[in-house]
Design a protein around this ligand. Structure first.
Ligand SMILES: C[S@@+](CC[C@H](N)C(=O)[O-])C[C@H]1O[C@@H](n2cnc3c(N)ncnc32)[C@H](O)[C@@H]1O
Length: 284
């Protein structure tokens, strides 16, 4: 068979095809290199950001335990769904945060679970009740607290506290303030050293004359809130406001002007940091 003659046009075409091939190979290798780099820098960092975001929403061990507990328990927290939702709405915007709860009970696992990765600390007056609850949920952060008041002293405490300078808004403090009976003096250091974003007052007991009553819890909550160094208000929730003493002490220390919500037997206050220039007045 006779081979076709090799003309200059053909050699020109071959040269164009060869240089096209070389340029194509170069572009392809560059493309592969770029994709490699995008995946090792760009896409991977995107992936790790996604993994981090997913980890933020991963259930914590106490949340899993909480699901199991409430799915198998016939005893539910004493607050109603509407009342619990008031605090839950704030937790959704502030969590992870510092949440101090007066009272240990069937709601404790729930409060801890609604503040994942935050600090939720419980103060309880009854050491046996602490044992009962903590035996079932050992990871709860709970402390026993001793109160120096009794419910039957509520009226006289309200009448006389203004004559004790260390109960006044400008001088009141908590740790070691033995002169002011309304100050909670013997709390764990963690309570004094932390700034609390939310404070729930659902204890101590306040339904018989010898019970501690909530007078000191209310007073101490407002002293903590007013003394806050960080920015923002402190959310204080008070339960059982259908009772005379809770209502009286709320009006004296937490103040009507700071009441932002009332649902069922729960009042929600937003307490601002104390204004030093107003320190001559009383709490409200
Ligand atoms: C209003 S209760 C707090 C209840 C809690 N918020 C709840 O939903 O379970 C106030 C105090 O009553 C006591 N208390 C509540 N339930 C109790 C129980 N079943 N047995 C013994 N003491 C209890 C605890 O001392 C608790 O701090």
């Amino acid at each position: 068979m006779k081979r076709p003659p090799f003309t200059p046009e053909k050699s020109c075409l071959l040269a164009v095809a060869l240089s096209g091939l070389i340029i194509g190979a170069f572009l392809l290798s560059h493309l592969i290199w770029s994709v490699d780099n995008i995946s090792s820098f760009g896409l991977c960092s995107l992936a790790s950001a996604k993994a981090r975001a997913a980890a933020d929403y991963e259930a914590t061990p106490i949340q899993l335990q909480s699901i199991l507990h409430y799915a198998t328990s016939k005893i539910v927290p004493q607050q109603s769904l509407a009342e619990i939702s008031v605090t839950f709405d704030v937790l959704k915007t502030r969590s992870p945060c510092n949440f101090l709860v007066f009272g240990l009970g069937f709601d404790s696992l729930m409060w801890t679970s609604l503040n994942p990765h935050g600090t939720t600390l419980f103060l309880e007056e009854d050491p046996q009740w602490v044992q009962t609850i903590v035996k079932k949920a050992p990871t709860l952060n709970a402390h026993t607290v001793q109160y120096r008041t009794q419910l039957q002293e509520a009226d006289s405490l309200l009448k006389t506290y203004r004559s004790e300078p260390f109960c006044s808004p400008s001088k009141a403090y908590l740790r070691g303030n033995y002169k002011c009976k309304l100050a909670l003096t013997g709390l764990p250091d963690e309570v004094y050293d932390k700034e609390w974003d939310l404070i729930m007052i659902d204890a101590p007991k306040g339904y018989f004359p010898e019970a501690p009553g909530r007078m000191a819890a209310i007073f101490s909550a407002v002293v903590m809130a007013r003394g806050r160094k960080g920015s923002g208000v402190t959310h204080v929730f008070l339960h059982d406001v259908d009772r005379r003493v809770e209502k009286m002490f709320a009006e004296e220390f937490l103040c009507r002007k700071y009441l932002v919500k009332a649902v069922g037997r729960l009042w929600h206050f937003e307490i601002p940091v104390a204004n030093v220039s107003q320190s001559g007045g009383w709490f409200c």
